[in-house]
Design a protein around this ligand. Sequence first.
Ligand code: AHG
Ligand code: MN
Ligand code: MN
Length: 337
Amino acid sequence: MSSSLGTSLTHYLIEEQQKHAGATGEFTLLMNDIVSACKVISSYVNKGNLIGILGSAETENVQGETQKKLDVISNDVFTHTLMRGGQVAALASEEMDEVHNLPDHFVRGKYMVVYDPLDGSSNIDVNVTVGTIFSVLRAPEGVKDPSEADFLQPGTAQVAAGYCIYGPSTIMVLTTGQGVNGFTLDKDVGEFMLTHPNITIPEDTKEFAINMSNQRFWDAPVQRYIDECLKGKEGPRARDFNMRWVASMVAEVHRILTRGGIFMYPIDSKIRDKGGKLRLMYEANPMAMIVEQAGGLAITGPERIMSIKPSKLHQRVPVILGSKNEVQIVWDYHTKG
Ligand code: AHG
Ligand code: MN
Ligand code: MN
């Protein structure tokens, strides 16, 4: 029940829980931990160099990328908050090589969470928007310490997915498979409040997001699609397009949820061996669930992202997502030529 005071994320979760007969409240407790972790990360991101946490940590993650101090801090905050809450059986993250099992004496729960603790971290030193992305999976029953194989569930098996964007406002966007809602952090009060109910992505758009510096490496279907956009009014699409590239997937997806658009990090000849740039389990799958729940589409090119059976935790995939009618065109170019 909401009032003129608004709906807090806590109350929203409790009301959702009450709609499900047999709900135990465990998911609500898990979400409370995720919310707590994101509030702490938001606070660190805001403070930045007041507390000396910008810049490189001079360590490498499993992907061979140099970690920022804030990548490491955000990962520690998220991991330590969730492992103590009693709702997870295991965790996995962009910043941890292997599945993170819990110390023996910790209480285990029925969920597993996989996350990108700080997405867009190349932007952190230049004070541009970053975020945290998470995907909630069900843990296998009767397994004390789930393994990597237990995490390799397709996106369709996600229980929930979300991100928290640290921009001018801090906003938590969440789906549990019944639409998408956004909650803005009221920092004076310390609560996320429902500000963006039932988010839907406009089906049409004139805005695309792609790293154009990779153009010469793209495959034919993406070359064709972008070329037709660039031809504008005079081309086959008969309208002018605009372009954006923030280099924080969280920021691109948030823009698309707000006003539509298409985001592409396609396969190209430079990254073909790696399978793509973005990571399936903690970038592509959670964003695909959010985008589909908001009425959009999310594909690799020829296939739906959420149908992929993952082969490894840090698997990379091409990602094309956003406004339905636009993504459909790219899909057709990959499948029908
Ligand atoms: P992360 O900071 O978690 O490693 O992710 C960065 C990702 C994604 O957010 C963004 O869309 C993309 O990398 C940017 O890549 P380019 O620098 O190649 O444009
Ligand atoms: Mn990322
Ligand atoms: Mn990251």
